[in-house]
Design a protein around this ligand. Structure first.
Ligand code: FMN
Length: 200
């Protein structure tokens, strides 16, 4: 798609929702895609927003799930335990598409079968990150103290699954921007997306 061609999803609500999931799904494998490294927002322990970049490890449209890996000792794990509501943000400057998601996060410890499968699929370099001796975010007296690695640190490995409950789309286009919102209505396993166009 060149920047002047009107994409098929342009005036198509259902097509827009499918495009959002397609970009997320592609972002898992495509390291150059902006969707590979979304920003995740949590509610901080003091109630202020907290943002950080993570690597998107899985996107499952039918289950409305996103998955990423993290360290059990990281601030976001404690924040999700206190309030599981999260926001996810991506802006892809090449396609001029912003996607914002609302979701509910659940942390799975390393011992959960789904976490074990993710650990086994992780590269040695990624595994070593979890063995870092001082916990992430603690104050250290010299920068190299954070370089310490002992073993692989599987016990610090957590996966976070985000159940997506709303999707907001913004597409910047010369002929007119398009903004849409999709809200999941119903139960976790059964429901439907309520879709609307919004004024950009
Ligand atoms: C490109 C990039 C990718 C990252 N991927 C992850 C990730 O997949 N998981 C993770 O926990 N932190 C990742 N980080 C580090 C986080 O942005 C953050 O600094 C760290 O997790 C601590 O966040 P917290 O204290 O809010 O929990 C990544 C950082 C960058 C710059």
């Amino acid at each position: 798609m060149t920047s002047h061609e009107t994409p098929l999803f342009y005036d198509d609500l259902e097509g827009t929702r499918l495009e959002a999931w397609k970009l997320l799904t592609r972002g898992v494998a495509d390291r150059r895609s902006a969707f590979h490294t979304p920003t995740i927002a949590t509610v901080g322990l003091e109630g202020a927003p907290r943002l950080r970049t993570v690597v998107l490890r899985a996107a499952e449209p039918s289950a409305r799930l996103l998955r990423f890996h993290t360290d059990a000792r990281s601030g976001k794990v404690a924040e999700i335990a206190r309030d599981p509501r999260v926001g996810v943000h991506v802006y892809d400057a090449r396609s001029k598409i912003q996607v914002r998601l609302d979701g509910v996060a659940r942390v799975h410890p390393w011992s959960a079968p789904r976490a074990q499968a993710s650990w086994e699929a992780s590269r040695p370099q990624s595994r070593a990150g979890y063995a870092q001796a001082p916990a992430p975010g603690v104050v250290i007296s010299a920068p190299h103290e954070g370089d310490v690695r002992e073993g692989e640190g599987v016990e610090n490995f957590n996966i976070v699954e985000v159940e997506v409950t709303a999707i907001e789309w913004l597409y910047l286009f010369h002929a007119g921007h398009r903004r849409a919102r999709f809200v999941w209505e119903g139960e976790r396993l059964q429901g439907e997306w309520r879709a609307s166009w919004l004024a950009p």
